[in-house]
Design a protein around this ligand. Structure first.
Ligand code: CA
Length: 228
């Protein structure tokens, strides 16, 4: 699916130019000529990213950016601010409006597209839904397949989720409480020692082939994944 970019820009010629270039680069684009229209389009069309001109009629880009950041459904919506050269830019930089990036006018279409791609990449990191690897361990998240040194490792669902959490955050120490919260979820009541049981199972499964232990026990703190 093509990413949808909303262009909020009150100069029609510039909005059309941006739209044309984005469509050439494989994006879908829609335009809004003022802040109010942009707000409505964002709510209706749910774009993947918004290009927001700093100076817009009705609601300024800056104010709209703040509103979007305050609303739960648009809190993480990627936003790139378009600013004019000069003092506007300095002022915007000094303000914590919450935009992901700023592009100063005039800009080249290729620069703009590069910045859009970079912000979209940060919003959806590659590998997030594919494979994880650490040392000789590989996880294929789509097929739920785990291998160590090329040998298949059989894990129960909880052990699988634990390992995925560890491998997404290598080296980080998690307390039992954090693991319960982040792997089991808030709404489940499980005793903390349940974590130890599943860690033991995970270790056993991973180390069956004689590999080194990759789960480090941190005394009185918790556990961490360390690829060897
Ligand atoms: Ca403007």
């Amino acid at each position: 699916m093509k990413p949808l970019i909303l262009i909020a820009e009150d100069e029609p010629a510039l909005a059309d130019m941006i739209r044309y270039n984005l469509e050439q680069e494989g994006f879908e684009a829609s335009t809004a000529l003022d802040g109010e229209e942009a707000r409505l389009r964002i709510a209706e069309e749910k774009p993947d990213l918004v290009l927001l001109d700093w100076m817009l009629p009705h609601i300024s880009g800056l104010e709209l950016c703040r509103q979007l950041r305050r609303a739960p459904e648009t809190k993480h919506l990627p936003i790139i601010m378009l600013t004019a050269r000069g003092e506007e830019e300095d002022r915007v930089r000094g303000l914590t409006s919450g935009a992901d990036d700023y592009v100063t006018k005039p800009f080249s279409p290729s620069e703009l597209v590069a910045r859009i791609r970079a912000v979209l990449r940060r919003a959806h990191p590659a590998g997030d839904d594919e494979t994880l690897s650490g040392g000789d361990i590989e996880m294929d998240l789509a097929s739920h397949r785990v291998t160590r040194a090329g040998q298949e490792v059989h894990l129960g669902p909880t052990e699988f989720n634990l390992l995925r959490h560890f491998m997404k955050n290598p080296g980080r120490v998690f307390s039992r409480e954090q693991l319960l919260d982040q792997v089991w979820g808030h709404d489940v009541y499980v005793e903390q020692r349940t974590v130890d049981t599943h860690i033991r199972r995970l270790r056993k499964a991973l180390n069956d082939g004689g590999g080194k232990d990759v789960i480090r026990t941190v005394r009185s703190a918790g556990y961490a994944f360390e690829a060897v």
